[in-house]
Design a protein around this ligand. Structure first.
Ligand SMILES: Nc1ncnc2c1ncn2[C@@H]1O[C@H](COP(=O)(O)OP(=O)(O)OP(=O)(O)O)[C@@H](O)[C@H]1O
Ligand SMILES: [Mg+2]
Length: 227
């Protein structure tokens, strides 16, 4: 199996008015292509911090993070940006849709940023997968929370990233739809040997994941599989 992400003795702290918050205690692990990984833990335990470091959006205080064997911190800023645009799909906790563009235009924007040709058919297919195509001419503000979330997921998947980092992608969905979304993520992960790391509060989704990482007060442990 090929390794996509590796954390080596990674530690992250924040200073908060004289206090030091240990957002992630020292940890080492690696994640392979083809794996769907869940991150669980209480609010404030360090899940988003872990996820954003995986995507190179934040740097660790200590330790090294490798993407495809390359040390992210040693990459030039430009290469790090290219990596985020080409290889990583972010689904952030706050929906990152652009408010003044329709759903369909959000997909066109992806190609504008990347300098790639827009593929209307491909965009349609992925929107249909998440049952959002019929809302393609609406603005994010006119969609329900769940529709916005599905639109954000499909937009993140459209450029076919190797690594999908999703912060509570199913938070606004009912259980049935949440399971459906996770199954689609799992299919996509397996089908094209990609990797998905997903933060979730919903224990019912864990059985669809290959691995489960748990964080409590910044301490990461891996649950042993019982599936
Ligand atoms: N930029 C920052 N400056 C200071 N403290 C921060 C910063 N970012 C996160 N923290 C703190 O680090 C800890 C972990 O935050 P994080 O956002 O990773 O938690 P989380 O597990 O994602 O929580 P939630 O489930 O509520 O989203 C929290 O105590 C948070 O207040
Ligand atoms: Mg969070």
């Amino acid at each position: 199996m090929s390794e996509i992400i590796r954390f080596e003795n990674v530690y992250k702290e924040f200073e908060d008015g004289g206090d030091t918050i240990e957002a992630l205690k020292e940890t080492s692990f690696s994640i392979n292509a083809g794996e769907l990984v869940a991150i669980v833990g209480p609010s404030g335990s360090g899940k988003s911090t872990l996820l954003t470091m995986m995507g190179g959006l934040q740097q660790p205080t200590n330790g090294k993070i490798f993407f495809n064997g390359q040390d992210i911190s040693e990459m030039k800023e430009k290469d790090r940006n290219d990596l985020r645009f080409d290889k990583i799909g972010f689904i952030l906790q706050a929906s990152n849709l652009v408010p003044f563009l329709t759903i369909e235009e959000q997909f066109e924007l992806v190609d504008k940023f990347r300098g790639s040709k827009h593929d209307r058919e491909k965009a349609k297919k992925i929107m249909e997968k998440f049952d959002i195509y019929k809302r393609k001419n609406q603005y994010p503000g006119d969609l329900s929370g769940g529709e916005r979330q599905r639109a954000a997921i499909s937009r993140a998947l459209y450029p076919e990233p190797n690594l999908i980092l999703a912060d509570e992608p199913t938070a606004s969905l009912d259980t049935e739809r949440a399971i459906k979304v996770v199954k689609i993520l799992d299919d996509i992960t397996k089908e094209s040997n990609r990797t998905t790391v997903m933060v979730t509060h919903d224990n019912r989704l864990l059985e669809y994941c290959d691995r489960v990482f748990k964080i409590i007060d910044g301490q990461l442990t891996e649950e042993t599989a019982d599936k």
